[in-house]
Design a protein around this ligand. Structure first.
Ligand code: GDP
Ligand code: ZN
Length: 306
């Protein structure tokens, strides 16, 4: 009997015409695309990791028939004209940004880039400050205060001292997360505390990209044994900003929203009666955060600094 069964599934990996899907019972199988979707895939990002799809199952053969609307997209835009987005991964809940408190020294400018990337995709953020065993409390609160003031959720962790690991696990096990952050921050070590071997799996894709190997350049979604998923998105872990327009940038700094400017739109750089620049002068917006804004704006418009 060859009765066709319909079911829904989650795409774990999409690339080179082959799709790994996770079926509702948790099993992972290879699937192909239905003809119409195949055509669309050539012109856009019709099916990516994280997509929820309907599949038809006929014996051993599984075909992706349709893609359900996405809740979220993590997209990279080509800078400048066209602004066509390339979706890297779909239906992600949160970007977990990992920085070390020391070794390597945390760079606010880089953290701000990751935050802008998350904001521009309307994704929730968790800032993890790892290796807190290496620094004092004063350093931690000083480093994190602008981010806490801006409304970001923060978590202190130490793999070495066993701090914050249960909370991190809870966070990862009930959501779909993308992990980002500079090399050496402790991402792999943290992931290994959530599930042994996970750090290695997550690192593999990014490593291949960093070394210029062209084998795996698509994103990968890994189901966790405790529930939830972690995505590995090539290029995201260490690069940060993906082509963003200068107009969008002010909306990627949540603390700017509380301030009113005379001009609308306002670039918050040279305009008179600008609520944002006044707030920077009075100290209610952090100077380093504002400096990151100006740097990123300069990059986005390709213009000289004011
Ligand atoms: P990744 O590049 O972000 O994946 O970082 P790794 O997980 O490879 O960690 C980089 C180095 O930092 C390794 O030598 C880890 O043993 C070390 N490390 C990770 N977490 C901690 C921590 O909480 N405290 C300390 N002192 N070292 C850590
Ligand atoms: Zn302004």
């Amino acid at each position: 009997m060859t009765e066709t069964e319909k079911a829904s599934a989650t795409v774990l990996r999409a690339g080179g015409g082959v799709y790994d899907v996770q079926l509702e019972d948790g099993t992972v199988a290879e699937a192909s695309l239905r003809g119409r979707l195949k055509l669309e895939q050539r012109t856009g990002d019709r099916v990516v990791a994280g997509d929820l799809v309907t599949v038809a199952r006929d014996g051993d053969s599984i075909t992706i028939e349709s893609v359900l609307p996405r809740r979220t997209e993590l997209a990279r835009r080509a800078p400048g004209h066209g602004r066509k987005a390339k979706v890297m991964v779909a239906n992600i809940d949160r970007v977990v940004i990992v920085f070390a408190a020391a070794h390597p020294e945390p760079k606010r400018g880089l953290l701000d880039r990751f935050l802008v990337l998350a904001e521009s995709n309307d994704l929730e953020v968790l800032i993890v400050l790892n290796k807190v065993d290496l620094v004092g409390d004063d350093f931690i609160s000083e480093f994190l205060s602008p981010y806490r003031d801006a409304g970001y959720e923060t978590l202190l962790t130490s793999v070495k001292a066993g701090i914050g690991l249960d909370t991190l696990k809870q966070q990862l096990c009930n959501a779909r997360s993308v992990i980002a952050g500079p090399s050496g921050a402790g991402k792999s070590s943290l992931l290994n505390t959530v599930q042994p071997g996970l750090g290695l799996r997550i690192g593999a894709v990014s490593e291949a990209v960093n070394k210029g190997q062209h084998t795996t350049v698509t994103s990968l979604l890994i189901p966790l044994e405790c529930g939830g998923y972690v995505a590995d998105t090539p290029g995201l872990r260490e690069l940060g900003l993906w082509g963003l327009s200068a107009d969008e940038l002010p909306f990627c700094f949540p603390e700017f929203a509380d301030h009113v400017c005379k001009y609308n739109p306002c670039t918050h750089t040279h305009e008179p009666s600008c609520g944002v620049t006044s707030a920077v002068e009075s100290g209610s917006i952090d100077k380093d955060r504002y400096r990151s804004y100006v740097t990123l704006r300069t990059e986005a418009v390709g213009a000289p600094k004011y």
